[in-house]
Design a protein around this ligand. Structure first.
Ligand code: NAD
Ligand code: ZN
Ligand code: ZN
Length: 343
């Protein structure tokens, strides 16, 4: 009998994940097998399990794209890693490597990209198959549980902040202070930016202040658009919308300064209205941002290894995944839950 592993799988959209004993996959040529030590739980896993997006994963699948572990087996022709290396298996699971986007370090938008925990099985399992060319290389000073949120929440907000083009001393507004946003605040401070944090949860805003936010706004208590414009003398130079809520997107555009950039990161299903005249007449840029390149990954991890950003994590066992997803959907996770496979 082949050796088995525990995994939490989506069998049907919108239903709790089911725990299964599956065969441990064998790495084929050019693949590696990673023994999971930790895996963060992202709000994207909620969207994935509900089938929220137009591009749906094939059922059944194992979610999780913040998996960190040790390389325990390798197929033929693997040179990028060796057995015993500690790696992360991220959302950008693999790409073609030779299209116009791959060649210019925009591999996340490669038409042939595969996504960890979505189009490929992910980290809510004791073992993960991975592409050695696209795994994250975890610095030795960083524990696996601390590294997990960096390989999605960290890289995504670090890249999103860079995409705002805001310069040190300028304002960025970060809408949504959950798993992504609490790291965005720390990256922004490390980059020398002034930070305005917006959320609908008072506890998250208290936390945002502790993390260094210069201004916090509760979007349920004040109109966040005028509050940001007033607090920043004209609007934020850069806005990063991580909130999985459509209303936050319209507000994000409204709080962008003239000639500023609003970066859309959150992925609630649907569309949002854009005030065309204001965007045009104020020369505002609205841009999407999707995780980041492998170089962004190395940079995002370096900030964490140097102690400039640190994810606030709550450890849970894999068996708690359905309660964690439920809490995440309803905004009841303080920052990031990490599944700890050592438990
Ligand atoms: P999370 O649940 O940990 O955090 C979301 C935060 O937004 C919570 O603190 C919540 O209170 C707050 N919020 C909810 N409604 C709000 C509103 N109207 N205004 C302000 N804040 C509000 O989620 P997360 O893991 O940080 O993920 C956030 C979103 O980002 C998800 O939609 C996820 O799919 C998406 N995401 C995108 C990328 C990308 O590459 N673009 C990468 C990772 C995650
Ligand atoms: Zn994610
Ligand atoms: Zn490509």
């Amino acid at each position: 009998m082949k050796p088995k592993m525990k995994a939490a799988m989506v069998l049907r959209f919108g239903e709790p994940l089911e725990f299964r004993e599956c065969e441990i996959p064998a790495p084929g040529p050019g693949q590696i097998l990673v023994k999971t030590e930790a895996c963060g739980v992202c709000h994207t896993d909620v969207h994935a399990a509900k089938g929220d997006w137009p591009m749906k994963p094939a059922l059944p699948f194992i979610p999780g794209h913040e998996g960190i572990g040790v390389v325990v087996a390798m197929g033929r022709e693997v040179t990028a890693v060796k057995e015993g290396d500690r790696v992360g298996v991220p959302w950008l699971y693999s790409a073609c490597g030779h299209c116009e986007h791959c060649l210019s370090a925009w591999e996340a938008v490669c038409a042939e990209a595969e996504f960890g925990g979505y189009t490929r099985n992910g980290g809510f399992a004791e073992y993960i198959l991975a592409d050695p060319g696209y795994v994250a290389h975890i610095p030795s000073g960083l524990t696996s549980t601390d590294a997990a949120p960096i390989i999605c929440a960290g890289i995504t907000t670090y890249k999103g902040l860079k995409e705002t083009r805001a310069k040190p001393g300028q304002w960025v507004a970060i809408s949504g202070v959950g798993g992504l946003g609490h790291l965005a605040i720390q990256y922004a401070k490390a980059m020398g930016l002034l930070v305005c944090a917006i959320d609908v949860d008072g506890g998250k805003l208290t936390h945002a202040k502790r993390l260094g936010a210069d201004l916090v706004i509760n979007a349920l208590e004040a109109d966040p658009v005028s509050a940001v414009r007033d607090g920043t003398a004209g609007g934020a130079h850069g806005v990063v919308v991580t909130a999985p809520s459509l209303s936050a997107f319209k507000q994000g555009v409204g709080m962008t300064r003239k000639r500023g950039t609003c970066v859309l990161i959150g992925l609630p299903p649907g569309e949002f209205p854009t005030p065309l005249f204001d965007v045009v007449a104020n020369c505002i840029t609205i841009r999407g941002s999707f995780v980041g390149s492998r170089q962004d990954m190395a940079e995002a991890l370096a900030f964490a290894a140097e102690g400039k950003v640190k994810a606030d994590i709550e450890l849970q066992p894999l068996s708690a995944i359905n309660q964690v997803l439920e809490r995440l959907e309803h905004g009841k996770v303080a920052s990031r839950v990490v599944l700890d496979f050592a438990r």
